[in-house]
Design a protein around this ligand. Structure first.
Ligand SMILES: Nc1ncnc2c1ncn2[C@@H]1O[C@H](COP(=O)(O)OP(=O)(O)O)[C@@H](O)[C@H]1O
Ligand SMILES: [Mg+2]
Length: 271
């Protein structure tokens, strides 16, 4: 495990009221690298990522070690953790509509994210940063749409707004938990292209979570496969796709419809 890893997770376990959800997983993410975390629903992907940000409910018990930029996150006081969240590490979720406040203009919501970490900035500077972030995620006419409400945007645009909110403070690590699952295939491809562009332009490290190996294959440098709370296989993306070692990985590959070239065949689903 390289010392230079931005995020280094060792033996992470999460249990909810004694029921294990994540059992001793280890992974790391280097500077500028994207790790794909893939596995079927309920395998513990979200629990693992929420543990990194320390956003799990108090009913969860967490053990192991999580180092971010050399700092031991599980030992940090909450106040220090709050300074990391939304600044050096940010998260985007699956459902853009529930993550946005329906009665607040989108520009104001992104501005809140800026102000939370930069109270020293003037209103004008905040607005400038917000418009810049909206432009970076390719939202059309950011100045004009700054004052529009979430319902005035399409699903794909709402996800762009959340991505703008996540990157506006220039985080080093972006955790994306099923960011395209609620979107149709065309829009999904556009959002993945956007994330790939941002990765390159911001030198972002990314933990990209999906149940869909085909989606993961479009962004990840390395892939960790999760099953029942364990990482059963971890490999560079190309290697994992060419020669999967674990039976479960092979099943995931076989059930990833968008990776099949023969679209006339019926779509397989996970048992
Ligand atoms: N807040 C919670 N309280 C109790 N159990 C939970 C909670 N969140 C997740 N779990 C359980 O932990 C396991 C892993 O869930 P999760 O991490 O959400 O899986 P995934 O993201 O891979 O679909 C599941 O069995 C789920 O029911
Ligand atoms: Mg999940």
């Amino acid at each position: 495990m390289p010392n230079s890893a931005l995020l280094d997770v060792e033996g992470l376990s999460v249990a909810f009221q004694g029921r294990p959800a994540v059992e001793g997983i280890s992974f790391h993410i280097n500077e500028g690298e994207t790790l794909g975390l893939v596995g079927e629903s309920g395998s513990g992907k979200s629990a693992a990522s929420l543990a990194v940000l320390r956003l799990l409910p108090p009913t969860a018990t967490v053990s192991g070690r999580i180092r971010f930029s050399g700092e031991d996150l599980l030992a940090l006081p909450e106040e220090a953790m709050r300074r990391h969240r939304g600044r050096s590490m940010a998260m985007i979720f699956q459902e853009p509509m529930t993550a946005l406040n329906p009665v607040m203009p989108v520009g104001a919501q992104i501005a809140e994210a800026v102000r939370a970490h930069h109270p020293e900035l003037s209103g004008r500077d905040v607005r400038e940063r917000v418009v810049e972030a909206m432009r970076e995620v390719a939202l059309p006419e950011p100045e004009r749409r700054f004052s529009d409400y979430p319902h005035q945007f399409s699903g794909g645009q709402r996800q762009r707004i959340l991505i703008a909110m996540a990157i506006v403070n220039r985080p080093r690590l972006l955790i994306a938990d099923e960011p395209t699952t609620a979107l149709d295939v065309t829009v999904q491809a556009q959002i993945l292209a956007l994330l790939n562009r941002l990765r390159a332009s911001h030198n972002l490290s990314m933990l990209f979570i999906s149940h869909d190996l085909a989606v993961v294959s479009q962004v990840a440098d390395r892939v960790a496969v999760m099953q029942h709370g364990h990482i059963v296989e971890q490999a560079p993306a190309a290697q994992l796709f060419c020669s999967p070692q674990h039976a479960y990985t092979r099943r995931l590959l076989a059930s990833a419809p968008t990776m099949q070239t023969d679209r006339t065949r019926p779509l397989a689903t996970l048992a």
